[in-house]
Design a protein around this ligand. Structure first.
Ligand SMILES: Nc1ncnc2c1ncn2[C@@H]1O[C@H](COP(=O)(O)OP(=O)(O)O)[C@@H](O)[C@H]1O
Ligand SMILES: Nc1ccn([C@@H]2O[C@H](COP(=O)(O)OP(=O)(O)O)[C@@H](O)[C@H]2O)c(=O)n1
Length: 274
């Protein structure tokens, strides 16, 4: 790709006409044109993109789309906390609502989380100790137990260390609750997303229904509010907007509108950095 792109760029010399052709004839998006052009002349400095915010507001939808379009790695940090929660459910860490933190602490080194691209969806699936748990971690049972697990300092320490390792080379879009504040405080682009609890619950409800799963709107709304409360009030890395994050309330934005907004922010920052 690099060889072809370099030659094409040399041939056309004029970036504007090249961009127009890629855009109008080959139907490349503006971002793809920008990325291809920068890639071709090998000057594009990769950045780190941190997307934080409240539960179920569309963070991963926009993060995944952007990452795919610009060729960055996408990491869903929430999936990692969900995987630890699933492990805890399956390994007797919960006694009713009580968490056996000592037991989990002694087992945490045995929890290995990774992501692999699913060729069918074109998106990364979550693996727990080598097993694909992408569907299992999205159940209401995991949703209702994940936030207390995510308050545990040794769990966060282990997850943050892995996340920082994944982002060492930049070129990463990560979404979660503490990415812009704790995991990558120096991220070049930080977004904080919010929407009303009712709208977020409706989006999650529609998603579960579309998957053919049993869902109660009231239960989801309660879960969304409860997780927001725990996430904002925990001692370690509580959910906060980083002071240098851009605020996006997407209550009344469509998926494509928010995608376009994020692409504009990326384009602006990447131009400043290159
Ligand atoms: N702007 C939007 N309008 C309507 N639905 C949306 C929007 N953004 C995301 N969604 C949908 O809302 C649900 C939750 O989005 P998701 O990206 O998983 O949220 P988060 O990562 O913040 O938990 C998904 O089903 C997604 O398709
Ligand atoms: N960086 C992160 C990501 C998630 N989490 C926790 O993990 C839970 C699940 O995260 P998620 O991103 O999958 O949640 P949804 O908004 O997708 O439902 C959150 O409610 C937080 O309690 C966290 O503490 N820190």
């Amino acid at each position: 790709m690099c060889f072809c792109a370099t030659n094409v760029t040399r041939y056309f010399k004029n970036t504007v006409s090249l961009a127009r052709i890629l855009n109008e004839i080959l139907k490349f998006s503006v971002l793809q044109v920008l990325y291809l052009y920068n890639y071709s002349i090998k000057v594009m400095k990769k950045i780190t993109i941190a997307i934080d915010g409240f539960s179920s507001c569309g963070k991963s939808t926009m993060a995944k789309d952007l990452a795919r379009e610009i060729g960055y790695i996408y990491i869903d940090s929430g999936a990692m906390y969900r995987a630890v929660t699933l492990y805890s459910i399956e390994n007797g860490i919960f006694q009713g609502d009580r968490i056996d933190a000592e037991k989990l602490k002694s087992l945490i080194k045995d929890i290995h989380i990774s992501f692999r691209l699913n060729p069918e969806t074109g998106r990364p699936d979550t693996y727990l100790n080598g097993v694909n748990v992408e569907n299992k971690i999205r159940t209401m049972e995991v949703s209702s137990r994940v936030s207390p697990i995510a308050t545990l300092d040794f769990v966060r320490e282990a997850m943050v260390a892995q996340q920082q390792e994944m982002g060492k080379a930049k070129g990463i879009v990560m979404d979660g609750r503490d990415i812009g504040t704790t995991v990558f405080p120096d991220a070049e682009l930080k977004i904080f997303v919010t929407a009303t609890p009712e709208i977020r619950a409706q989006r999650r409800y529609d998603e579960l229904k579309a998957k053919g799963e049993e869902a109660s709107f009231d239960e989801i709304l309660e879960n969304v509010k409860q997780r927001d409360y725990i996430d904002q009030n925990r001692d370690v890395s509580p959910l906060r907007k980083a002071s240098d994050a851009l605020l996006l309330d997407n209550s009344h934005l469509s998926i494509s509108q928010q995608k376009e907004w994020l692409a504009e922010q990326f384009e602006r920052v990447i131009k400043e950095k290159n």
